[in-house]
Design a protein around this ligand. Structure first.
Ligand SMILES: *Cc1c(COP(=O)(O)O)cnc(C)c1O
Length: 427
């Protein structure tokens, strides 16, 4: 059997396809995606980033490195993740056939593990023995703690102290996995303060420490590196979709927080103009309320976290507070490659509100027997909406980036609130 015919052996084929793509894709040597990306960091970090870039350039084509990555994905994560035909939901929408890429079935329950494995392998090859990460909702922290346990690496996770209180479950998970969780008391005691602290740590301990970033953001080479590791998602789709349906999808839909699951499924399709790419941002309570996290739809270009991209900022350039029912989409910026895909028109970005995402969450539970993450529910909501405007010969492929077990608390609170409001209006 050839690699092509067997998605289980698809990683070698995937790596080859990746190279074909890279010949006409971004970034340039300085990490620019058109006017976006780059390296906006203090002098102290330049050396660390250069060292990282050199190591990655050396290893990204190494057969041994790619083989290790493939083996971990197969035996530890359980890849390839299947593609699933959401038949009942498709029938209900009465339009295109909807398919899910099942990243929710990965070990640890989401796509984040793919990237974390790639970076941890890189750390090991660079001789780094200590890993640091920052986390908001805790999902990236858990993925990082998981792989550090697996590889026997010391793990320190920075987390705003407010987030530590809000995400006790994930904090406990990280501790069970042997990570040290450091609550950050400065500033607003949330993700951006944790990020500053992680940067400070890296500058001080760069000799033995590797900084694992969780999405396609940050200074070069992170956006490119994270995209490459996550592109295993789209590479698998390239072989799985023809096997299952006889062809590639018409539309690929994914939610966008920092943008890593979306870049992962989009990237291998960029060269195929017959496939439309749709990123779904968190519309929160509605764009006109200002309570959302739609950096591409409602933001403007600026510099944040080491790169130039679209962000939510006021006229003075101050970053605006964001809101989303899903913690993983609650980020005021977006990876620079998405900024470029938006400007060039190769991808299109839309928004889905909290309420629409929750509706899709419940539909997916009842109609398909799958409890999706609230982040992923944004992609599903748009996929369903889009499908209803198309006919059954069309195919919409949605990236189901993670499972919803972590969201039980949020969903039950929203339900209780809705029931309360209903009772109040009846009285
Ligand atoms: C973290 C997370 C996201 C958002 O991150 P991206 O980098 O935009 O992919 C989306 N879905 C799930 C399940 C997540 O855990």
């Amino acid at each position: 059997m050839t690699d092509q015919a067997n998605p289980g052996l698809g990683a070698a084929h995937a790596a080859k396809a990746l190279h074909r793509n890279q010949q006409h894709q971004h970034p340039d040597a300085q990490g620019h995606f058109g006017p976006y990306g780059g390296t906006f960091v203090s002098e102290t970090l330049v050396h660390a980033l250069e060292q990282l870039q050199q190591a990655y350039e050396r290893l990204r084509d190494e057969p041994d490195f790619l083989n290790e990555f493939r083996t971990e994905l197969r035996h530890f994560v359980g890849r390839p993740s299947p593609i699933y035909h959401a038949r009942r939901w498709s029938d209900q929408m009465g339009g295109a056939r909807i398919y899910f890429k099942r990243e929710d079935l990965n070990h640890t329950g989401a796509h984040k593990i793919n990237n974390v494995i790639g970076q941890a392998l890189l750390a090991r090859h660079m001789g780094k023995t200590r890993i640091i990460a920052e986390t908001g909702a805790g999902q990236h922290g858990v993925a990082t703690a998981t792989i550090c346990a697996r590889f026997g690496l010391k793990c320190v996770v920075y987390m705003g102290s407010d987030d530590v209180r809000r995400q006790v479950q994930n904090v406990y998970r990280m501790q069970l996995l042997g990570a040290q969780v450091v609550p950050v008391e400065s500033g607003s005691r949330t993700l951006k303060d944790a990020l500053n602290e992680a940067m400070r740590d890296w500058v001080t301990n760069v000799e033995d420490t590797f900084y694992i970033i969780g999405t396609v953001a940050g200074p070069h080479p992170y956006p490119m590196m994270v995209r490459d590791f996550q592109s295993v998602i789209g590479q698998e789709c390239l072989t799985q979709m023809p096997e299952l349906t006889g062809r590639q999808p018409d539309h690929v839909v994914a939610c966008v927080g920092g943008g890593s699951n979306a870049m992962g499924i989009f990237y291998p399709y960029i060269g195929d103009e017959s496939v439309s790419l749709v990123g779904v941002e968190a519309g929160g309570e509605g764009l006109d309320t200002g309570r959302h996290a739609a950096s591409l739809t409602a933001g403007s270009p600026g510099v944040l976290h080491g790169n130039r991209t679209y962000l939510l900022q006021d006229p003075k350039g101050q970053v605006i507070d964001t809101h989303s029912v899903s913690a993983g989409l609650d980020y005021p910026a977006v990876g620079p490659e998405h900024a470029w895909l938006k400007d060039t028109g190769r991808a299109r970005y839309v928004t889905v509100t909290d309420d629409e995402a929750l509706q899709a969450f419940h539909d997916c539970c009842r109609l398909e027997g799958i409890i999706p993450a609230l982040e992923s529910s944004h992609a599903l909501a748009h996929a369903a909406k889009l499908a209803s405007t198309l006919s059954p010969q069309h195919i919409v492929l949605a990236n189901l980036s993670g499972r919803g077990d972590k969201d039980m608390h949020t969903v039950s609170e929203r339900l209780a609130l809705a029931q309360q409001t209903q009772a109040d209006t009846k009285e």
